[in-house]
Design a protein around this ligand. Structure first.
Ligand code: RIB
Length: 303
């Protein structure tokens, strides 16, 4: 028996510098600290699901370097199924991250490395047949995501696309997606419409400009403001939880993983979004991406 949730996506070693400010062009500044964390949007989402008690398989590629070994071990240690995590002869993906300022904003540069060699044929038909929800993002080749989603559609599997980072994607991939999870800047870029997190009308207008079908839904994450859900039967804004932000890296990934895990159980997008909103708020109170994913007990107890 395979896992009911599969994540097809990226895995990176995050090299993180915490500083008071961000350097201006040509400027050298002192940072406060440097840390390495497990990251990559795909791996973060798989870890979020596993930490919440979900059964998840991660499909991706690491390099045959020291980072690759550590990244794989980390996933195994938190209970993610890595049977379809393959090794590529070359470097693992890395992300250079600067977390700065009182609100812990971040800037991220990703060098994909092995992630660029992730292919759809890494997922066997056997696994895909048992998967009920498949999640992907855009740090692995979008044409491979499209191939996976096509096979997943034929097998009746629910397809979630987290449109991060914002890159151009084919009409076919858009059409193959059941649920889009995007942040406000991704919505702005895909809809070619100006979006303001504090202005729901601008969000609705942008979603309308995506020209999706009635059977497709969108969840827009709006940072500290909250989340907006848009489906055929429901349009709802859910306010963000007030927390003290230490590091927001990976909070979007926590949201995606938590939503998928909850949706698997109840098939209720509003309930799943409310749960994910709580989990993601909790994740910004800890440092690191995968390292900040909460357990089910933490989500239920703390908020
Ligand atoms: O979403 C956060 C993630 O983006 C980081 O972990 C980094 O690796 C990049 O993929």
């Amino acid at each position: 028996m395979g896992s009911p949730i599969a994540v097809f996506g990226s895995i990176n070693m995050d090299l993180v510098i915490y500083s008071q400010t961000k350097p201006m062009e040509g400027e050298t500044i002192f940072g406060n600290s440097f840390e390495t964390f497990q990251g990559g949007k795909g791996a973060n989402q798989a870890v979020a699901i596993s930490k919440l008690g979900g059964d998840v398989t991660f499909i991706g590629k690491v390099g045959n370097d020291i980072f690759g070994q550590q990244l794989k071990e980390n996933l195994i240690n938190v209970g993610v199924n890595t049977d379809m995590l393959y090794e590529h002869e070359g470097e693992s993906g890395v992300a250079f991250i600067n977390v700065f300022g009182a609100e812990s904003q971040n800037q991220i540069i990703v060098v994909p490395g092995a992630n660029s060699h992730t292919t759809s044929d890494q997922i066997s038909d056997n696994l895909l047949e048992s998967v009920q929800i498949i999640i992907s993002q855009l740090e692995v080749p979008a044409e491979e995501v499209e191939k996976v989603f096509l096979r997943a559609k034929e097998l009746g599997c629910y397809r979630i696309l987290n449109t991060a980072p914002s890159i151009k994607i084919s009409k076919e991939l858009i059409s193959l997606t059941d649920l889009f999870i995007m942040n406000e800047s991704e919505l702005e870029s895909y809809s070619d419409t100006l979006v303001q997190a504090s202005d729901l009308n601008s969000i609705i207008e942008a979603i309308n400009n995506l020209s999706l079908r009635d059977d497709q839904s969108v969840v827009v994450t709006l940072g500290a403001y909250g989340v907006f859900i848009y489906s055929k039967d429901n349009q709802e804004f859910i306010e963000g939880h007030k927390v003290e932000a230490i590091d927001s890296t990976g909070s979007g990934d926590c949201f995606v993983g938590a939503l998928a895990n909850s949706y698997l159980g109840n098939r209720d997008l509003v309930e799943a979004t409310k749960f994910a909103n709580k989990a993601a708020a909790l994740s910004v109170t800890k440092k690191g991406a995968s390292a900040s994913m909460p357990t089910m007990k933490e989500v239920n107890l703390v908020l």
